[in-house]
Design a binder for this molecule. Sequence first.
Ligand code: NAP
Ligand code: LUD
Length: 319
Amino acid sequence: MISLVAHSFWAPGCQGGRRSMATIISGIKTSKLVRERLKMEVDKMESHFSGFRPSLVVLQVGDRDDSNLYISSKLKAAAEIGIDAKHVRLPRTATQDELLQSIMSVNENPSVHGLIVQLPLDSVSPINTELITNAVSPEKDVDGLSCINAGKLSRGDLNSCFIPCTPSGCMELIRQTGVSVEGKHAVVIGRSKIVGAPMHDLLLWHHATVTSCHSKTADLPEQVGRADILVVGAGRAEMVRGEWVKQGAVVIDCGINYIPDATKKSSKRVIGDVHYTSANQRAGFITPVPGGVGPMTVAMLMENTVQSARRFLLKMNLS
Ligand code: NAP
Ligand code: LUD
């Protein structure tokens, strides 16, 4: 395995002398490696199966700035790899029935292998998000958010499901550290369907002992202090303080929080859920924000789409 972790410098000024800072796990480098590998595979598919390409549809309702940014990264990655990606945007006035109709038409189109509905839905009419994520055919659910895929993951049936992209990207980053997950104590902060819950399941089935924390957890600093591997997805800017972190831990920060910054052209910048500078002095490995988990989410969506295309070829008896 090629290690893409970058050793940072020694920090002066700590009491008792110099203290080692954490090794930074680069999501930019790791995601590039994944995308390069996928491009080679897609090139092969194309030449073996007369122009066949994996295909992805990204459905969006409305026009949120953050969704627009994430979707444009997904379309760019797809184009580079050779995945045929289509962006379908419904207006904010779209109804639940209209969105369901769009999903059904993609479900029924055999030339599309992957379908995601970018969340949150930016709609003026009431839409049941759970109903929407479950309307996506499980065979095309490359976000892994349907009950069928989530259920398989929770039972450890990892090879027959789609694993949600952010937790899958986190596992890839943990793999980069060379730290084995088996037998470790992992702590996950957050229990959402897209980050925390599937992250718990993935770590569990990679044989960690897992503690799930959430907004009602009474003793968060204490729980964090027990983690050999810490994954944070709470949506609370810099909530996890460096002092809580166990010396040498692997710290994976999924948080994406926009804060005002007058020095930026956009007047804002993005920070994580972990207080990076203090955690950097305790952790063994740490992901930055930006440049950590975010680019991996995009790369793992590409991975799932190629996997879906692979399964399609197998089903057609073509591969
Ligand atoms: P979410 O649906 O709002 O879930 C947040 C979770 O964190 C909930 O389970 C909540 O607990 C828990 N939580 C909130 N405040 C807490 C606190 N003070 N202490 C302990 N737990 C707390 O958010 P999400 O969709 O999972 O996203 C989480 C973060 O990850 C956000 O910053 C989001 O932008 C980011 N994200 C990043 C990526 C990426 O690719 N980098 C992908 C997805 C999400 P309860 O269940 O009790 O409410
Ligand atoms: N909905 C996602 N909603 C939001 N950051 C993403 C994301 C790329 N159905 C569905 O794409 O997987 C999803 N499926 N999500 N997200 C968040 C979540 C969804 C978040 C960040 C990034 C995708 C990303 O590339 C960069 C980084 O962290 O370096 C740039 C961050 C910035 O704003 O500058």
